[in-house]
Design a protein around this ligand. Structure first.
Ligand code: NAP
Length: 246
């Protein structure tokens, strides 16, 4: 099963946080369907591997997405058709144990940076005929979960700002949506699944009884980035195997 091979021909798409996990899968899929992909991450060797797979399609930017240099470079792009705000972190633990540093770090990357990247993308996106922003949210943008209140707060904010951006940017034909995954096995989550009790909790919470694959998330991201979703804005695709339906 696949989308049309020319889905993204002549489209420029930037993936913020493209070196590993979900962002890597989104970048690879966009390249597969013909996009010119700007892949952004801080680890050069990760981006080198992606370039080796799609030398014609990937432009690597080894940059920190929280930096003013990055926002400046993004603002100066001649045009931009797609943006995936994927960089995000978690800080798991009880509310009482979260330090101010942890709270600031999660808010800074998951909320403030997403806003700043989107803000910088508006100028080049206004020059696109039809642009799309996908914010990487989580099922935790819809529910609460033990030890995840800080992360839930940040992802609920992602859901909220997505609706607000969709309304504000609609005049420029910039659509804004989220993809909200359940647990996916990535470098971010691998250590969590070493805990057997946690693993069985997660599998019991997902009616489909399995974790999502990075490709499951990239498929929804690809759809929302594409013109197939041209009437869809201000909403979310939950790729959660039914977690939030309980
Ligand atoms: N994995 C899951 O189960 C899951 C579930 C729901 C939602 N999500 C969300 O999906 C997104 C991606 O998660 P993931 O598990 O794929 O994460 P991951 O494996 O940790 O990968 C994150 C990617 O973002 C890059 N990145 C992080 N901070 C950056 C920065 N300041 N500047 C540039 N690049 C940066 C990392 O590269 P460098 O460190 O080299 O920069 C890496 O390539 C997050 O927003 C997360 O909240 C994940």
């Amino acid at each position: 099963m696949s989308f049309d091979k020319n889905l993204f021909t002549n489209k420029k798409i930037l993936i913020a946080g493209a070196g590993k996990g979900i962002g890597l899968a989104c970048a690879a899929m966009a390249a597969e369907y013909g996009a010119d992909v700007i892949a952004v991450a801080r680890t050069e060797s990760d981006l080198d591997k992606l370039v080796a797979r799609y030398p014609e399609r990937i432009t690597p930017w080894v940059m920190d997405v929280t930096s003013e240099d990055f926002y400046q470079k993004l603002r100066e792009l001649p045009t931009l058709d797609g943006l995936v705000n994927n960089a995000g972190i978690n800080s798991v633990g009880p509310m009482e144990a979260q330090s101010s540093e942890n709270i600031d770090a999660v808010i800074d990357l998951n909320i403030r940076t997403l806003y700043k990247i989107s803000q910088a993308a508006i100028t080049p996106m206004k020059r696109s005929k039809a642009a799309s922003i996908v914010n990487m949210s989580s099922q935790m943008g819809f529910v609460g979960s033990q030890g995840r209140t800080l992360y839930c707060m940040s992802k609920h904010a992602v859901e909220g700002v997505t609706k607000a951006m969709a309304v504000e940017l609609a005049d420029h034909n910039i659509r804004v949506n989220t993809v909200a995954p359940t647990f996916v096995l990535t470098p971010m989550t691998e250590p969590m699944f070493e805990d057997e009790a946690f693993k069985s909790f997660v599998f019991n919470m997902i009616p489909l009884g399995r974790l999502a694959k990075v490709e499951d998330i990239a498929n929804s991201c690809t759809f929302l980035l594409s013109d197939l979703a041209s009437m869809i804005t201000g909403t979310s695709i939950k790729v959660d195997g039914g977690w939030t339906a309980r």
